[in-house]
Structures are given as structure tokens and as C-alpha cells.
Design a protein around this ligand. Structure first.
Ligand SMILES: Cc1cc2nc3c(=O)[nH]c(=O)nc-3n(C[C@H](O)[C@H](O)[C@H](O)COP(=O)(O)OP(=O)(O)OC[C@H]3O[C@@H](n4cnc5c(N)ncnc54)[C@H](O)[C@@H]3O)c2cc1C
Length: 404
């Protein structure tokens, strides 16, 4: 048994510095512009692809990092640069996570690289679960997938909403109901390959924050995909549904398996925003004078900064623990993945609000980035499971009672 240590490995330290430098030199200076333009920052994604940061290879290195911390470390640094641009770069990883969680090694080998493409031909991926009438309640998806045995094809119909990279992605990983009566146990994930007829982009949403990240509707109208696009394969799905019909327990739910794996990384993005706002507010408080003294000399300001730093560090510890548990196969007995995302998300909203308060009027105007960080932070209590849903997961895990 190795000694307990929070020291990062050489590899992790190197990646942390590499991503941080990119965030500082390329992302930060462009953040305001892309927030205002509310468009996908293609030149920045191209630059990230050119240095290998936007690539299947780098994502695989993060996914398979032995201690599991490389993914949250990279996410924290990117979001420190800018959460919207960070998500434009890391959004494809959510689609990839859907493949890693539910696909076979052959499917990962075939579709994984296509989630990113090459620096010459960049591709994107999306993970599409949410629907207009099914957000938190993923068991009630209306999108249907019906098997056409004669052609060995799946026919998918439905509408997905609020999908990161939705409609502009090349690879859409779509979760659909095969047997709606079985709820989430009757669902499966499908790859919709690039250029498949019937898949089209619906509206692009205008948002409060993370505006450089594309969020859109995906319309699936008689979309036909080959049988091998069912992640995990038909045999596995048939066996899972048979077990569900017999009332037996199951350990695999298509959407949930993906979210468990991605929550600590999403928490890490929130952490990156918190850290950015804290650092900015700390510097400001050490320069701004009121009543003839620096504002940090007032306990009212200094104690805020102390609490901000403490909550940020607590967020990081929860994120790292969950990422390590996920990677090393420790079961989440108390909803530790949910805890990490819940705490880091709520901390980001709180810390960015404190940062605005510390900066007074300057905090509220667009000349400074803290108002943007506050707008960006709010999504972290909503997507990948709202704060309420995370509390539900934790409460159910610790109590053993199916709390509603
Ligand atoms: C910018 C953005 C990007 C997104 N990206 C993606 C994506 O890439 N892929 C994807 O599939 N989805 C994505 N989503 C969707 C997101 O995951 C959902 O919005 C989220 O899960 C909440 O669902 P909902 O909006 O339908 O809220 P609802 O489920 O309608 O919830 C409304 C409110 O009721 C509360 N609530 C619901 N049920 C309970 C309960 N049992 N107990 C207590 N409170 C409850 C919720 O917490 C919330 O406060 C994205 C959303 C946004 C805004």
C-alpha cells in the first residue's frame, strides 16, 4: 500500500503547466470577445488542435491517467482561462465519455478519434440526452429507437434540447428509449455518424453564460443508423432489458453511467472559475483604497477572501477524491461524484458573487471579467444534474431510502 499523498506526479504537473499556459496566453485574452460574439471560437479550437490539446490522444491520456487527476486538472486550468471556451474545447469529451461508458473497445477505437478529427479537419462530438419534457427525469425520454431487423438498422425519432455542440457536432451520441415501459433500463446509446440523413440542427439557444459554448436543439427524423452503432451491442442490451422485465437488479443505465464519469470534471470546471474570481478579487483588494486604507485591511473583506479560498480548496479535494475513486474503481457509496459537482458548482456561484461584491461597481461592469465569471458559474448548478438532483443522489446513497 502506497503512502497517502496529494503530490501530483511529474506527468500531471507537466500537463497542468501546459494547459495553464494555453489558458493564460490564448484563452484569457480572447474570452471577452467570444462571450460578446456568442459564437463557437473556431480559431481557438484550431489552435488547441494544433498543439494537441484538442485531440483524441490527449483525451485518452486524461481518461486513462492512473490516478485519475489529469482530467480534473486540465478542466480546472481551461475553465480558469474561460469556462465557455473551455467547454467549446472539452464539450466533445462528453460525447467521448458516452462512448467510453457504454461502448465496446472496438466502438471506442472506431468512433473515439472521430469525436475530435485532426488539426486539418476538426470534428466535434455531442452527448444528447435531455429533451423538452425530460431533463432531470431521464427515465421518461420520448426519443424512440426501433430495430429494423431486415436491414439491421436502428430507426431513431425525437427531439433533443440544450445539447452542448448539438447540431454542429459530427458525432452525436444519442440516448433513446428502446422499451419506454422499462424507464431508464429500456434505454440505449447510439452513435449517429457524420452526415447521417434525418439528423438536423434545431434552434441555437442564447444564454446567460458560457456563451462561447454552442448549445442547440437536435432533431431526429427517421434517422437510420447501422446495427453496430448501438453502443455495447444488441446482445448486451437484450440481456439488460430481459433482466429488467424479470424485475432483477441492473448496474448499467446508459445516461447515468456517463454522468458518473464526467461529474468530477464538470466540478473541476466550476473550480477553475472560482479560482479565477478569487485571484482577481484578492489582487484588487490589495490595491483598492477606501477611507484612506486598502480595502483588504478591513476584516469584512479579508474574511470573505479567507472563506473563498477555503471553499475553493474544499471543492478541489472533493473533485480530486471523486476523480480518483472513479478511476481506481472505488464504488461511490455516498454519492461522492455528485458531492464533487454539487459543492464545486455552488461554490463557484458563491465565490463569483463575493468577487463582484469585493470589487463594488467595477465588479458589475463588463470592463472586468468577474461579472462574466458569475454568469458562467450559474450553469454548474444546472447541467449534468441540478443541485437538487445531486442532493437526491447523495441522500439516497447515504440513507438507502428511495427519497423523492
Ligand atoms: C447550457 C446548457 C448545456 C447543456 N448541455 C447538455 C448536453 O450536452 N446534453 C444533455 O443531454 N443535456 C444538456 N443540458 C441539459 C441539462 O442537463 C438539463 O437542463 C438539466 O438536467 C435540468 O433539466 P431541466 O432543465 O429539464 O429541469 P427540470 O428537470 O424540469 O427541473 C426543474 C427544477 O425542478 C427541480 N427538480 C426536478 N426534479 C426534482 C426532484 N425529484 N426533487 C427536487 N427537485 C427536482 C430541478 O432541480 C430544477 O430546479 C444542458 C443545459 C444547458 C442549459
Amino acid at each position: 500500500m502506497s503512502e497517502f499523498s496529494l503530490d501530483l506526479s511529474e506527468d500531471q504537473l507537466q500537463i497542468q503547466k501546459w494547459v495553464h499556459d494555453f489558458a493564460e496566453d490564448v484563452i484569457r485574452p480572447a474570452a471577452h470577445e467570444w462571450d460578446e460574439r456568442e459564437e463557437t471560437p473556431w480559431p481557438i479550437i484550431e489552435e488547441a488542435a494544433r498543439i494537441g490539446l484538442y485531440s483524441f490522444d490527449f483525451m485518452t491520456q486524461c481518461f486513462f491517467d492512473p490516478g485519475g487527476l489529469m482530467m480534473p486538472i486540465a478542466n480546472e486550468e481551461l475553465a480558469w482561462g474561460d469556462a465557455g471556451i473551455g467547454l467549446a474545447i472539452f464539450g466533445s469529451a462528453l460525447g467521448l465519455a458516452g462512448i467510453v461508458a457504454n461502448g465496446t473497445p472496438e466502438q471506442l477505437g472506431e468512433w473515439g478519434p472521430q469525436c475530435f478529427g485532426t488539426p486539418e479537419k476538426i470534428q466535434m462530438a455531442a452527448f444528447a440526452v435531455s429533451e423538452p419534457d425530460a431533463g432531470s427525469d431521464v427515465s421518461s425520454l420520448r426519443t424512440r429507437a426501433v430495430y429494423d431487423q431486415a436491414k439491421d438498422e436502428w430507426v431513431i425519432n425525437g427531439t433533443k434540447t440544450w445539447i452542448t455542440n448539438g447540431g454542429i457536432a459530427d458525432i452525436h451520441v444519442v440516448v433513446a428509449a428502446v422499451d419506454p415501459e422499462l424507464g431508464s433500463r429500456g434505454q440505449a446509446s447510439f452513435i449517429v455518424p457524420p452526415g447521417t440523413p434525418g439528423l438536423s440542427a434545431g434552434q441555437k439557444f442564447k444564454k446567460m453564460g458560457i456563451r462561447a459554448s454552442h448549445t442547440g436543439e437536435v432533431i431526429l427524423d427517421d434517422v437510420r443508423v447501422p446495427g453496430h452503432c448501438l453502443l455495447g451491442g444488441k446482445e448486451k442490451l437484450d440481456a439488460k432489458m430481459a433482466r429488467a422485465r424479470e424485475g432483477k437488479k441492473s448496474n448499467s443505465q446508459a445516461a447515468m453511467a456517463t454522468f458518473e464519469a464526467t461529474r468530477p470534471s464538470v466540478g473541476a470546471q466550476a473550480l477553475g472559475i472560482s479560482r479565477a474570481a478569487y485571484e482577481y478579487a484578492l489582487d484588487y483588494a490589495k490595491e483598492r483604497k477606501a477611507f484612506g486604507r486598502l480595502i483588504i485591511e478591513n476584516q469584512g473583506i479579508a474574511f470573505k477572501l479567507a472563506d473563498m479560498k477555503m471553499r475553493i480548496d474544499a471543492s478541489r479535494l472533493l473533485v480530486w477524491r471523486a476523480a480518483w475513486m472513479g478511476r481506481t474503481g472505488k464504488p461511490f457509496v455516498a454519492g461522492e461524484g455528485s458531492m464533487s459537482k454539487l459543492y464545486a458548482g455552488e461554490t463557484a456561484v458563491w465565490v463569483t458573487e463575493q468577487a463582484i461584491q469585493i470589487m463594488g461597481g467595477y465588479g458589475y461592469i463588463r470592463e472586468h471579467p468577474v461579472e462574466r465569471w458569475h454568469r458562467d458559474s450559474k450553469i454548474y448548478t444546472i447541467f449534468e444534474g441540478t443541485s437538487e438532483i445531486q442532493r437526491l443522489i447523495i441522500a439516497r446513497a447515504v440513507s438507502g431510502i428511495h427519497i423523492k
